[in-house]
Ligand binder design. Sequence first.
Ligand SMILES: Nc1ncnc2c1ncn2[C@@H]1O[C@H](COP(=O)(O)OP(=O)(O)OP(=O)(O)O)[C@@H](O)[C@H]1O
Length: 229
Amino acid sequence: MTLLIKTNNICKKYNSNINQFQLKPTSISFEKGKIYIIKGRSGSGKSTLLNIIGGIDRPTSGTVFFNNESFYDLSDNKQSEIRNKNFGFVFQSFNLIPELTAKDNISLPKHFNKNININDNKINRIAEELGIKHLLNSKPFQLSGGEQQRIAIARALITTPEIIFADEPTGNLDNLNSQNVAKLLIDLVSNRNVTLILVTHEENLIKHQHTKFFMHDGELKLEEGEDDA
Ligand SMILES: Nc1ncnc2c1ncn2[C@@H]1O[C@H](COP(=O)(O)OP(=O)(O)OP(=O)(O)O)[C@@H](O)[C@H]1O
């Protein structure tokens, strides 16, 4: 088992006029090639946790280790490099650039880091796996939600990341598309030995070998029947 990400008592406090929220101290480990599912009610703190682990949002206190280095103590350049090269993100709202074709959206990581190798071969291969090869010249507005999310998944995988963070990736899709896209994502990461942290409510996709967490009022708990994380 190779440890990829580990958090040590990460905590986040939001104090605004509108609301107060606290992610309670969380210590958790993520291993290479494993799939982690996070469930929980709206507002319980799932995205807050995912953003901290994914290097997008610094915790109020505590440490996130990526490959044994304290991520938020690295330089801004190094943090961006890791986010761009080693992490992949899939969001509920797809986050595609409307002016770009599907192909250019998939190539986007190269725009941020010239050292990332993305070529036509690689794009065609992944597009084929995702069943979107015929859509590469289309723009997002010409595509259905399920097709757009497949493009976003291709963009997340094209850099051959070590870990994918997926925050309710099927939240904007109808039932059938939702099942298909979530299954595709799980199959693709499993075939590549990529770690997946998936926020989802798709109960029927969750398998016994996945590690399941439940977030309640900012507190993350391992679901019963699991070993300690
Ligand atoms: N930048 C912010 N400033 C202030 N409060 C915030 C901020 N981001 C999130 N919150 C608050 O933190 C709490 C947790 O939000 P979070 O988005 O993590 O929940 P969630 O479980 O992902 O919800 P959902 O399932 O609806 O996406 C909420 O009460 C939210 O309003």
